[in-house]
Write a new protein. Structure first.
Length: 137
């Protein structure tokens, strides 16, 4: 291979890598922005709940705005979803009305749920050193 061919092929490979990196950076922006909303939502579902097999105790239901419930297909009714997985998403609000009194982790919104989760996550090392291993109620 001549020096000219080597230079041309190297430049070609570098141009491909550059365009791939540009595309990857553009694709990562929505992911990074979305994680700011998605992470608290996902952590609220099970974090800081009891370590038990009962789905009404080991999962959290978060009461939130109708718009959030719409985009999330009623998954903020998460304890109900786990306890009765055969119930379709559109029937979860009616199911919630029937089992609400049995739900151990019921939060009035994602701010309250995130506060509870953060207290659990950031207090955990101190509690573990004192021998506390169960989730707070």
């Amino acid at each position: 291979m001549t020096d000219d061919a080597l230079i041309r092929s190297t430049l070609f490979v570098l141009s491909l890598a550059g365009s791939f990196a540009d595309r990857a950076a553009r694709l990562d922006r929505p992911l990074l922005v979305g994680q700011g909303f998605l992470r608290p939502y996902l952590l609220a579902e099970h974090t800081a709940c009891a370590f038990t097999r009962d789905c009404l105790e080991n999962t959290r239901t978060t009461l939130t705005l109708w718009l959030v419930r719409l985009f999330a297909w009623n998954m903020p009714y998460h304890a109900e979803h786990h306890a009765y997985p055969a119930v379709p998403f559109h029937a979860l609000p009616r199911l919630h009305a029937q089992v609400r009194a049995k739900i151990a982790n019921l939060e009035p919104g994602y701010v309250a749920a995130t506060t509870k989760v953060n207290r659990y996550l950031f207090a955990r090392p101190r509690e573990a050193s004192r021998g506390v291993v169960s989730a707070p109620r």
